[in-house]
Design a protein around this ligand. Structure first.
Ligand code: 1GP
Length: 245
C-alpha cells in the first residue's frame, strides 16, 4: 500500500510504456528518476506487447520509487504494483470502460483492494488522434469546453473517484489547456492529475501553475531522458514556494 502525498505537495510521475522499456533504457530511466527524485512510476499503456508485470518487477528491483499500475486494458492487471489506478473513462460513453471491465476485474482485484485507487479518467482533445481515443472508441472532450470538463470531473468526484486524470493522450500535440486544468481544479476537492504531450520543464510549470497536483511524463522523457531532472526541479521550486515541506 502506498500513501500518495496528494495535496501535501506537487508530484511528478514518470510513465513507463512497457514496449519502450528495454533493459538499457529502463536502467537509465530509473537512474535519472532516482537522481531527480521522481515521486511515482506509472506502468502501462493503451496497447502493449511486453507484459506490464515484467516491467513492474524490474522497476521494483531497481528502485524504491513506488510503482502504480496504469492499466490500458484487462490484460495488464497484475499484483506486483504498489497501487493500481482503477480507471473509469468518464469522458466517454463506452460502457465497457465505465463498468464492464471493472466487473471482470473485481474478483481479481478484491485481494488487493486496499491498493486500488479509483480514478476518473478524462480524455481531452489536444490535437490529432491519440491511441487512447482509438482504442477506447470514445470522443475526447473538446479543448475549449471547460464547462463540460468541470461537470464531468465533478460527477467523478461525487461518484467517489479519488482523483481525476485530465489526459491529452500519450504524445499529444499539445498538453491539456491550462485554463481547463484551472477550471477543473478550482471546483474539485480531490487531486487533479494531468499528462499527455508534456515535453518541457516549462509545460510542467504551466500545468502546476494551473492547479495540477500531479504531472505525468512519458514520451517527453523517452525522447529526452534528462527532461525528468528539469521537471523535478520545477516541482521542487513550486513546492518550496507553496507548501511547508
Ligand atoms: C499518457 O498522460 C500520459 O497516458 C503521458 O503522456 O507520453 O505524452 O507524456 P506522454
Amino acid at each position: 500500500m502506498v500513501d500518495i502525498p496528494w495535496k501535501k505537495r506537487k508530484l511528478i510521475a514518470r510513465l513507463i510504456d512497457p514496449d519502450h522499456a528495454g533493459e538499457e533504457t529502463l536502467v537509465t530511466a530509473v537512474r535519472l528518476a532516482d537522481e531527480a527524485g521522481v515521486d511515482i512510476f506509472m506502468a502501462g499503456g493503451s496497447l502493449t506487447s511486453v507484459p506490464v508485470t515484467d516491467v513492474i518487477r524490474k522497476l521494483k528491483q531497481l528502485s524504491s520509487i513506488p510503482v502504480v499500475l496504469f492499466p490500458g486494458n484487462l490484460t495488464q492487471l497484475t499484483a506486483g504494483a504498489d497501487a493500481i489506478f482503477l480507471l473509469s473513462l468518464i469522458s466517454g460513453r463506452n460502457p465497457e470502460l465505465l463498468i464492464g471491465s471493472h466487473v471482470i476485474a473485481a474478483p481479481l482485484l478484491k485481494n488487493m483492494r486496499e491498493r486500488v485507487i479509483p480514478v476518473g479518467y478524462m480524455l481531452i482533445d489536444c490535437g490529432g488522434g491519440t491511441s487512447v481515443e482509438y482504442m477506447s472508441q470514445t470522443s475526447p472532450i473538446p479543448s475549449g469546453k471547460n464547462d463540460i470538463a468541470v461537470a464531468t470531473a465533478l460527477a467523478g468526484e461525487m461518484l467517489g473517484m479519488k482523483a481525476i486524470y485530465l489526459e491529452g493522450g500519450s504524445g499529444a500535440a499539445r498538453p491539456v489547456n491550462p485554463s481547463m486544468i484551472k477550471a477543473v481544479s478550482d471546483e474539485l476537492t480531490i487531486p487533479v492529475i494531468t499528462g499527455g504531450g508534456i515535453d518541457s520543464a516549462e509545460k510542467v510549470e504551466v500545468a502546476f501553475g494551473a492547479g495540477a497536483d500531479m504531472v505525468v511524463i512519458g514520451n517527453g522523457c523517452e525522447k529526452n531522458p534528462e527532461l525528468i531532472k528539469g521537471a523535478c526541479r520545477v516541482r521542487d521550486s513550486y513546492n518550496r514556494d507553496t507548501f511547508i515541506i
